[in-house]
Unconditional design. Structure first.
Length: 125
């Protein structure tokens, strides 16, 4: 698995890790049941603190993207709770769409952008 941290980004390292793992799941590079590297292994591989990786894994577990198993470590386990995911997505989209509206981004432009992103995931719109 290839993860890369942008050390010049304003985004926290653990958030970058979470985002990349979620995108990996969405693009099918990571599949249900795939094991992630151990906290120590991943921290050494990308050159960050183990506590940072642990924080990312904990957040991913809380959000239902992975499960932590004492024998297998961190494993991709996407939460099947679609209603909860839809509610969270709506809450986040409210702010994103409000920002877009303030910048005069049209509904059509938003739909085109969403279609473009979903095409990258290989998901039907």
């Amino acid at each position: 698995m290839y993860l890369e941290i942008d050390f010049n980004s304003d985004k926290a390292f653990y958030v970058q890790l979470c985002d990349q793992i979620i995108i990996g799941i969405a693009t099918s590079r990571l599949q249900e049941g795939d094991a992630l590297p151990s906290v120590r292994q991943l921290a050494e591989e990308i050159g960050i603190n183990m506590h940072t990786v642990n924080k990312a894994y904990t957040l991913l577990k809380q959000e239902g993207y992975i499960r932590l198993d004492r024998r297998c470590g961190a494993v991709i386990a996407v939460d099947a709770d679609k209603r909860k995911a839809m509610h969270e997505m709506k809450r986040e989209l409210l702010v994103i769409l409000a920002k877009g509206s303030c910048k005069n981004i049209t509904r059509t432009e938003v739909h085109e952008l969403i279609d473009e992103i979903y095409a990258e995931y290989g998901t039907e719109a």
